[in-house]
Design a protein around this ligand. Structure first.
Ligand code: ATP
Length: 270
């Protein structure tokens, strides 16, 4: 059952064209993940080792998973994904074994990219040793560190992790030879919001009045995931009213709805 906690995908359906904004972040991933896999000699020639692990951090729904999948596609690498919180919740007692299995699978199916989502769930430093659950998390983390220390940086396994919180991470995880490249994934600015809205409605039948710039100006504070929701909801409205295409008023309506949720979320923040 441990293996089922891992999602293993041989071919990705996402590429960098599906990512709005984040040009610098894409560049960083190309250099630290793609290049070592496709052109390892560029590193050997210069005499440096590529970073072993890349840590993406940023708010929820900003495209961290999307970036990892897109780089997997470019390299035609097997994509192995685990979620930190699932590792320890569903598989109590088995987290360390799962980490071991994951690295074994990655080597067997190389070239491969291991993606650990919600890294903070297993690599948080605010753990005390007193209860069993925390000890289990500790064991899982120790196994991860041991696996990372044990593999060859110039090999065909790359590792990417994502977190919403950098401040809670155990600094041990960010030492050289572990997650030694940290990439911040920001919320989209107006330009990026325009692009993300376009990406998510590129297969939709749009009315001539649809103005993504205007929508981008109205949606300050929306993440990529929120913008995806806005496009989908606008489509649903057009379906509900049996329209031929999606008009600006559908987008206004759906943006209003999604943005009110975004604002409620922001009020809940400490
Ligand atoms: P979490 O921290 O919640 O895991 P995440 O940063 O990994 O979030 P994703 O899972 O990559 O976020 O994004 C969720 C969805 O939101 C994506 O599948 C995509 O539809 C949309 N999305 C997010 N960011 C972008 C972006 N920059 N460009 C296009 N779509 C985006």
């Amino acid at each position: 059952p441990a293996v089922s906690a891992m999602e293993v995908v041989d071919a990705q359906d996402v590429d960098f064209n599906d990512v709005g904004g984040l040009e610098e972040q894409i560049q960083e991933l190309v250099e630290s993940v793609e290049l070592p896999l496709l052109k390892p000699e560029s590193f050997t020639r210069i005499g440096i080792s590529p970073p072993k692990g890349v840590l993406l951090f940023g708010e929820p729904g900003t495209g961290k998973t999307l970036l990892a999948k897109a780089v997997a596609r470019r390299t035609e690498a097997t994509f192995i994904r685990v979620v930190g919180s699932e590792l320890i919740q569903k598989y109590i007692g088995d987290g360390a074994k799962l980490v071991r299995d994951m690295f074994e699978m990655a080597k067997k199916k190389s070239p491969s990219i291991i993606f650990i989502d919600e890294l903070d769930a297993i690599a948080s430093r605010r753990l005390n040793d007193t209860n069993g659950a925390d000890r289990e998390v500790q064991r899982t983390l120790m196994q991860l560190l041991a696996e990372m220390d044990g593999f060859e940086t110039r090999g065909e396994v790359r590792i990417i992790a994502a977190t919403n919180r950098l401040d809670v991470l155990d600094p041990a995880i960010m030492r050289p030879g572990r997650f030694d490249r940290i990439v911040y994934v920001p919320m989209p600015d107006e330009e990026a919001r325009t692009n993300i809205l376009k990406i998510h409605s590129r297969f939709m039948n749009l009315g001539e009045d649809v103005d993504f710039r205007k929508l981008a100006r109205m949606t300050d504070g929306a993440s990529g995931a929120d913008l995806n929701a806005i496009a989908m909801e606008a489509g649903m409205l057009a379906v509900r009213f049996e329209k031929e295409s999606i008009g600006m008023e559908d987008f206004f309506e759906s943006a209003k709805k999604v943005m009110s949720k975004v604002e409620n979320k922001q009020e809940e923040l400490p």
